[in-house]
Design a protein around this ligand. Structure first.
Ligand code: NDP
Length: 444
C-alpha cells in the first residue's frame, strides 16, 4: 500500500469523528500524491506525513463568564499549534457554536499550507470557541474575551504564536483580548493581529482578505486574457471577507449581485451598495434582511440559495461546505466561468471536482484568501520594527503577494503535469516549502 494511503487509513480510523479535518487532509493528500510518490521511501523513513498531520500542541480549556443577568456560562476554548517549521504559529480565532476540535484542526491544517504560500515566515495554527457572539451585549463579549485570553495568554506571544480574527472575532473582540493579554503578561507586543489602528494595527488589514481575493482573481483572469470589467459576481456571506471582496470587485468594474448570512440572502440587480452594507453590518450590527428593506429593487430570500443567481464569477465568502454539488450544477448551467474561495473550504470536494471537470477556473481558499494572513504578517513586521506603513504601501505589498501566489500555484500545477488545476498547484506549492523545512530540522 502506498505511504499516503497508509497514513490516510490510519487517520480515518483514529480521527473518525473529526469530519472536517479528514476532508481537508484527503483533499491535500490527493494533490500531493505525485510529489510523495516520487520519493516515497525518503518521506516514509522520517514519518513526514505522520508528523505533518499531528499538531505540535493542542490546548483545550474552560472559558467561564457571567452574562448581564448574573448567570454563569461555561464555553470550551481551543488553540491548535499545528506546525512551526517555517515560523511562529499564525492563524485566527473562530467564535461560533459549530466550533469543535475537528473544525479547528481542519482550519489549522489548511493554515500551514496557506501561510507557506504567502512566502512569509509564518507557521500554521488556529483556535476558537463554541461561544456564540450573536445577541450578546458589549459587556458580555468583553467578559468572554477576557476569560478566553486569561488561558490563551499562557501559550501565545509575538515570536511563538500570533492569533488573529476569524468568524465571530472582529476588531472589537481582538481589542478586548489584546487588553487582557497586556494586563496579564505586562508586555506591549504584537501577540495578536487585526488590532485597531490606534494600538498597533495595520492599515489595510480589515480589507486584506477580500481585496486580496480580488487581486488574485484579477491576475488569474489576466492570464486567461480576461478582466473584471462588466462581469457579474455572486458573493455569499456579509462579514469581513464578503464586504471587502464586494468593495474591491466593484472598484475593479464588476457588478456584485448578492450577499447572504446564515438566515437568508439578497439579490440586488442594481449592484450591492457597499457603503450601505457596511453601515448595516459594521455599525448597526444588523442582518442582510435590513439591507434588502433599504434598497428599492433588492429581493430577500430566506435560507440557502444564493447560488441560483446567474453570474460570471462566484466568490463563496461565508463558511465551510456552503457550496455543494447541486449549487455547482446550477452555477455551471448558468455559465459561471470562475470560482474563487474567500472562505475556508466553502466548496465540497464533489462540487470542486464538478467545476474542474466543466472547465471552470477554480481557486481554493488557501491561495485565494491568503491575503488576510499575509497582511497579518505585515502587521507583525510593523510591530516588531515599531513602525507604521501607509495604506498604499501595505495595499501594494498585498497585491504583489497575491500576484506571486497565483503564479506559484500555476507553476506548481504545470510542473506536475496538471496545468490549470489550482487546487493541486496550491497544495503542492504550499507543501514543498514546509516539507523541505521539516526535513532540514530533523525528527521534531
Ligand atoms: P465574519 O464573521 O465576519 O462573517 C461570516 C459571514 O458568514 C457572515 O455573513 C455569517 O452570517 C456567514 N456565516 C457564518 N456561518 C454560516 C453558516 N453556517 N451558514 C451560512 N452563513 C454563515 O467572518 P469572516 O468574513 O472573517 O470569515 C468568513 C470566512 O472567511 C471563514 O471561512 C473564515 O475562516 C475565512 N477567512 C477569513 C479571514 C479574515 O481575514 N477574516 C482570512 C481568511 C479566511 P451570520 O452573521 O448569519 O452568522
Amino acid at each position: 500500500m502506498s505511504y499516503i494511503d497508509e497514513v490516510l487509513i490510519f487517520h480515518r480510523v483514529r480521527d473518525f469523528n473529526e469530519t472536517e479535518f479528514l476532508q481537508a487532509m484527503e483533499e491535500i493528500f490527493e494533490s500531493i500524491r505525485p510529489v510523495i510518490e516520487k520519493d516515497e521511501e525518503t518521506y516514509r523513513n522520517v514519518a513526514l506525513l505522520e508528523r505533518l498531520t499531528e499538531p505540535e500542541r493542542i490546548l483545550r480549556f474552560r472559558v467561564p463568564w457571567i452574562d448581564d443577568g448574573g448567570k454563569v456560562h461555561v464555553n470550551r476554548g481551543y488553540r491548535v499549534q499545528f506546525n512551526s517549521a517555517i515560523g511562529p504559529y499564525k492563524g485566527g480565532l473562530r467564535l461560533h457554536p459549530s466550533v469543535n476540535l475537528g473544525v479547528i484542526k481542519f482550519l489549522g491544517f489548511e493554515q500551514i499550507f496557506k501561510n507557506s504560500l504567502t512566502g512569509l515566515p509564518i507557521g500554521g495554527g488556529k483556535g476558537g470557541s463554541d461561544f456564540d457572539p450573536k445577541g450578546k451585549s458589549n459587556r458580555e463579549i468583553m467578559m468572554f474575551c477576557q476569560s478566553f485570553m486569561t488561558e490563551l495568554c499562557k501559550i501565545i506571544g509575538e515570536n511563538t504564536d500570533v492569533p488573529a480574527g476569524d468568524i465571530g472575532t472582529g476588531a472589537r473582540e481582538i481589542g478586548y483580548m489584546f487588553g487582557q493579554y497586556k494586563r496579564i503578561c505586562g508586555r506591549y507586543e504584537g501577540a495578536l493581529t487585526g488590532k485597531g489602528l490606534s494600538y498597533g494595527g495595520s492599515l489595510t488589514r480589515t480589507e486584506a482578505t477580500g481585496y486580496g481575493l480580488l487581486y488574485l482573481v484579477e491576475e488569474m483572469l489576466r492570464t486567461h486574457n480576461q478582466d473584471l470589467q462588466g462581469k457579474t459576481v455572486c458573493i455569499s456571506g456579509s462579514g469581513n471577507v464578503a464586504t471587502y471582496a464586494a468593495e474591491k470587485a466593484e472598484q475593479l468594474g464588476a457588478k456584485v449581485l448578492t450577499v447572504s448570512d446564515s438566515t437568508g440572502w439578497v439579490y440586488d440587480p442594481d449592484g450591492i451598495d457597499v457603503p450601505l452594507l457596511k453601515q448595516i453590518k459594521e455599525v448597526e450590527r444588523g442582518r442582510v434582511l435590513d439591507y434588502a428593506k433599504r434598497r428599492p429593487h433588492a429581493d430577500y430570500h430566506e435560507g440557502r440559495g444564493v447560488w441560483v443567481t446567474p453570474c460570471d464569477i462566484a466568490l463563496p465568502c461565508a463558511t465551510q461546505n456552503e457550496l455543494q454539488i447541486d449549487d455547482a450544477r446550477i452555477l455551471v448551467r448558468n455559465g459561471v466561468t470562475a470560482v474563487a474561495e474567500g472562505a475556508n473550504m466553502p466548496t465540497t470536494i464533489e462540487a470542486t471536482k464538478y467545476f474542474q471537470k466543466n472547465g471552470v477556473l477554480f481557486v481554493p481558499g488557501k491561495a485565494a484568501n491568503a491575503g488576510g494572513v499575509a497582511t497579518s504578517a505585515l502587521e507583525m513586521a510593523q510591530n516588531s520594527g515599531h513602525v507604521y506603513w501607509s495604506f498604499e504601501k501595505v495595499d501594494k505589498t498585498l497585491q504583489q503577494i497575491m500576484v506571486n501566489i497565483f503564479h506559484n500555484i500555476d507553476a506548481a500545477a504545470r510542473k506536475y503535469g496538471m496545468a490549470g488545476n489550482y487546487v493541486a498547484g496550491a497544495n503542492i506549492a504550499g507543501f514543498e516549502k514546509v516539507a523541505d523545512a521539516m526535513m532540514a530540522q530533523g525528527i521534531v
